[in-house]
Design a binder for this molecule. Structure first.
Ligand code: GLN
Length: 188
């Protein structure tokens, strides 16, 4: 099994390290040929307007969307969650238009750069220590979207079939349960 981490901007090496700790191979990807050869894709955090532009410059939007539509598991963290969403509140920018949520960007106010919350996560037997960096939340969830964790502002960890997203950054901690959950989506 080979996981690709979209390597246009953001915390790529941290995701590769977590996937390897969880027991699979991970490689940086940024070409159509790379993306044809992977079994799952991680879209990391960064800045969603910039990564959206780079996806278009590298002509990756069609291949990524096609592979997701055909069932390839994808995990988007933070910016990745924004780029997969169907709607973004108050912003006009590129998305794959595939995950049935509305995303509220920078949902915790511009003055809050980062925060850490111990979250209850569906299926986990203890709390997950989550690091948020100017993260989004999801509102107006469609019927196929399962909430795995939420806070009063909105949902922060969600799944729609083969699409997994989190507002927070598990790759910056040392708890591999979320990366392992993603790998389990590929094995099944
Ligand atoms: N605030 C960023 C955005 O809107 C996301 C931040 C992150 O990925 N850590 O794209």
């Amino acid at each position: 099994m080979k996981i690709g981490v979209l390597a246009l901007q953001g915390d790529v090496s941290e995701h590769i390290k977590m996937i390897e700790l969880a027991g699979a191979n991970a490689v940086p990807v940024k070409t159509i040929e790379n993306i044809k050869k992977i079994d799952g894709l991680i879209i990391p955090g960064g800045e969603s307007t910039t990564i959206g532009k780079l996806i278009k410059n590298y002509k990756l939007e069609v291949i990524i969307k096609e592979r997701i539509n055909k069932g390839m598991p994808v995990y988007g963290t933070c910016t990745g969650m924004i780029l997969l969403a169907k709607k973004i509140q108050r912003f006009e920018q590129f998305t794959f238009d595939i995950l049935d949520i509305t995303v509220v960007r920078n949902a915790f106010g511009r003055q809050v750069d980062s925060m850490e919350i111990d979250l209850d996560v569906k299926g986990f037997d203890s709390k997950f220590h989550a690091i948020f960096i100017r993260g989004p939340v999801a509102i107006n969830l469609g019927p196929d979207v399962e909430v795995l964790s939420s806070i009063p502002e909105g949902a922060v960890f969600l799944r729609q079939n083969n699409i997994l997203v989190s507002s927070f950054h598990p790759e910056l901690g040392n708890d591999i349960r979320i990366h392992r959950y993603f790998l389990d989506m590929i094995k099944k």
